[in-house]
Design a protein around this ligand. Sequence first.
Ligand code: NAP
Length: 246
Amino acid sequence: MTVARVALVTGGSRGIGRAVVERLADAGYSVVINYLNSGEAATDLIKYLPANVRALPVQADVSDHGSVVAMREKVAREFGRLDLLVNNAGQTLAGDWCTLEPTAWERVLQVNLTGVFNCIQIFAPLLSDSDQGRIVNISSVYAGIGTGFVAGYAAAKAAVPSLTRVFAKELAPRVLVNAVAPGDIDTEMTMAAGPEFISSTVEKTPIGRLGKPAEIAAVVAFLASRDAAFITGQTIVVDGGRTLGD
Ligand code: NAP
């Protein structure tokens, strides 16, 4: 009997993370569904996964080192292995330069950047034991677009491709590390930005619509697959052409 590969998706109960969990479960992975606040959604999601898939919801704040260590203990106890880590958890915080509170700035960096570092550092040893260890980090096209009012978020997301390259070197050849930079995707995060923002960004997107969470999940699944065995340290932009320019 072959044992299923195990994937951990941070922020896996809703939005892009949920689509990634669904896609990986369909591909036969056992899934660890990390959440911070949405415990009910994480448990509910299990009902929609194939019946033979093992799924473990785990509460942890990725920005907190101790919390991620506790999550690793749960994963190790339940599955004894990890093959794929998807660093998807993220948080935006809008605010102009003069009103952004220092604590809010710190929080956004801790979740979007330190969270990625924590999970990689803490799960790398388990991933290194896999014969196909993979990490996929979720960055954003807002790492490169000079949009106003998201200083902390843009800065943190810009650092993710850099962390991706560093860890790709440090963890090669046992673990391949890549990133996906989505454009605007139809999730609560984008909806929270309001209708004016959405119509303006759709207008600037050659494909002419928001992306679907499943379209990001498909690229994550590719990067996790055997077909991506010679790709590491890369960031794949999935944005409907949003960043093509004139
Ligand atoms: P979302 O709908 O707002 O979901 C955010 C997810 O992150 C939730 O599952 C949330 O968990 C989790 N999370 C937040 N802080 C966390 C923490 N400290 N520890 C653990 N989990 C935490 O966002 P989304 O649109 O699906 O975005 C997913 C990722 O894609 C994010 O990294 C985001 O920056 C990135 N992204 C999104 C877009 C877009 O257009 N939507 C574009 C580019 C990049 P709880 O609900 O349990 O609190």
